[in-house]
Design a protein around this ligand. Structure first.
Ligand code: CA
Ligand code: CA
Length: 109
């Protein structure tokens, strides 16, 4: 199933540290850090996030997320509907869901 290895956890912590920093900055700062985060999430290096990769990220941020809730977020994130989330889709999704930043921070930092 999900490839929950140790390097994935470390990457996520780095991502959260980045989020904590960018939360105090404007959109440009968030965009730069979110690009870095996207690169860490994209373990396969093909510049897209699979559904499984995004689900792992969102479930750590939102432990109570239901399957239906995740499906709704996934459909929103994958705006083009091609089954992958590219960097532009990821940035747009993150900008619409800034409420997740304090959730990440409270749970993991
Ligand atoms: Ca990928
Ligand atoms: Ca897409």
């Amino acid at each position: 199933m999900l490839d929950a290895d140790e390097s994935g956890a470390l990457d996520f912590r780095e991502y959260l540290t980045g989020l904590a920093i960018i939360n105090e900055q404007g959109k440009d700062g968030r965009t730069a850090a979110l690009r870095l985060a996207f690169g860490m999430f994209d373990e396969t290096g093909d510049n897209t996030l699979s559904k499984e990769q995004l689900e792992r990220v969102l479930r750590r941020a939102l432990p109570d997320l239901s399957n239906e809730g995740f499906e709704a977020l996934w459909k929103e994130a994958d705006a083009s509907g091609d089954g992958k989330v590219d960097i532009d889709e990821f940035l747009a999704f993150a900008e619409r869901h800034k409420e997740m930043l304090p959730v990440f921070r409270r749970e993991y930092l």
